[in-house]
Design a protein around this ligand. Sequence first.
Ligand SMILES: [Zn+2]
Length: 180
Amino acid sequence: MNFCWSTRKDFEVSYDLFVERFPELGWKETRSTTVFANNSYGLPADEYGLIEAYCSDKDCDCRRVFLNIASRKKEEIVAVVTYGWETEAFYQKWFGGIDNEISRQVVKEMVGLGLNSASPQSKYANAALKLVEELLQDPNYVARLKRHYQMYKEKVDPKHFRKRDEASKVTAKPKRQRSR
Ligand SMILES: [Zn+2]
């Protein structure tokens, strides 16, 4: 397949695209899938790309991805799906406790799969959500998303996300001894 989503500049996307930080690897590792007519999702036959975006807030370990579902034929985003892979308890802690309806709502939206309430969605959004749900059954794909999240965060926020052991490895490098 020789198709690059990066040629489309007119997408409205949420947050910050992974491919903008890692253009070469990002496009190579962007999942896309072909959906045929009369599919079980209710999507028009097309090729769909799952263009990843992550939150660029400083010191925010939200552990979720925004998947901008791009239609190749229409050249537009048909849905913005969010996927948070941690538990509800994790997001409660991340949010700093649940004390009202708003915080409960925020945490609920963080956990698992859903349509991003802050993004425009097309009439095929729910169908796209079903497609994503199926693609996330692949543990390799989920592992890839988590890896991309870590790479992205280390790049935009090295102060909080660069692993400590890696940093100490660099400083602990033994000095080369003189041979004479
Ligand atoms: Zn965040």
